[in-house]
Design a protein. Structure first.
Length: 278
């Protein structure tokens, strides 16, 4: 639990209850509920088109919900825009990270919030401070970058995700929303990113982790929300569900069992050397 929240220990950082969202006639979300607590990781799992991105766009202030309630630190809210969300401590890391690939790592770390020194005509960017701080903050998250002057485009996808997470922590986010941070990564890099997701949680942030991958979710998650075609079909605390069951539900549960049955029984087609092959 974070110290800031200790005065009101029972108030969630973010709470959605019965939230729906329509795009014209398309029902993108219906009756979805989710709670984000300080020091907790809530995972949102679902297949393509399930409504995951729509859900986080509401939390990030990009879209507004059409029905239900959305409270930030206990206060009913409709966020006007992403800046509004940021001001309330909600930082979102999108899959296509908004970075400037040719700029140094430290420049990207402070992008839009550059500290200055001196005043009047002598005012200039405090480059030294930015270099030192970027290195120190990344080190605090366990990333020992040899050279913070290297262009951020030269970092791996996983390292870039980590820089984005470290940045959100440094700038005082209370809620960190991550849209499929491991989707494009291999096994090892996914592990590194998940470590920093856990580090953000240990720093007291409330984390919302969106993923297709039940294994990744189960490695770090405290709570799991399952979405299908815009509706919630499961909401489980970690001690209520096993990895096997989570995987089964994600894979379509009984639908997958039926498919396995069919595949087992179907004779191999001719061109694959089935019984009719010459
Ligand atoms: N701007 C939009 N206008 C109309 N329909 C939309 C819009 N954005 C999303 N949708 C529809 O809403 C539904 C949910 O989309 P969403 O992007 O939230 O799914 P997702 O779970 O993030 O999928 P993916 O895993 O493919 O990213 C889909 O049917 C999608 O086609
Ligand atoms: Mg999406």
């Amino acid at each position: 639990m974070s110290e800031k929240n200790s005065e009101q220990p029972n108030v969630p950082l973010v709470e959605l209850a019965g939230v729906s969202k329509y795009y014209g006639n398309i029902r993108a979300l219906e009756d979805v509920s989710l709670t984000v607590n300080a020091g907790d990781i809530t995972c949102v799992l679902g297949d393509n088109g399930a409504g995951k991105s729509t859900l986080i766009k509401i939390i990030a202030g990009l879209h507004q919900h059409d029905a239900g309630s959305f409270a930030v630190e206990g206060e009913e809210t409709k966020l006007a825009n992403p800046r509004d969300a940021l001001n309330r401590g909600i930082a979102t890391v999108y899959q296509d990270l908004a970075v400037v690939p040719l700029m140094p790592v430290w420049r990207n770390f402070f992008l839009g919030s550059e500290p200055t020194k001196g005043s009047g005509p002598f005012k200039r960017l405090d480059v030294d401070f930015m270099r030192r701080t970027t290195h120190a903050e990344l080190l605090r998250m366990g990333i020992d970058l040899r050279d913070v002057d290297q262009p951020i485009g030269t970092l791996s996808g996983g390292e870039r995700q980590c820089v984005a997470i470290a940045r959100a922590v440094y700038f005082g986010a209370k809620v960190l929303v991550l849209d499929e941070p491991t989707a494009a990564l291999g096994v090892k890099q996914s592990g590194v990113v998940l470590k920093y997701v856990a580090a953000a949680r240990d720093a007291g942030l409330g984390v919302v982790l969106i993923t297709h991958n039940p294994h990744h979710a189960y490695l770090v998650g405290d709570h799991f929300i399952l979405l299908k075609r815009g509706a919630m079909f499961g909401s489980h605390a970690r001690d209520e569900i096993s990895l096997d069951e989570l995987t089964r539900q994600m894979a379509g549960g009984s639908e997958l069992d039926d498919l396995r049955h069919e595949l087992e029984r179907a004779p191999a087609p001719r061109h694959l050397g089935g019984p009719d092959a010459a």
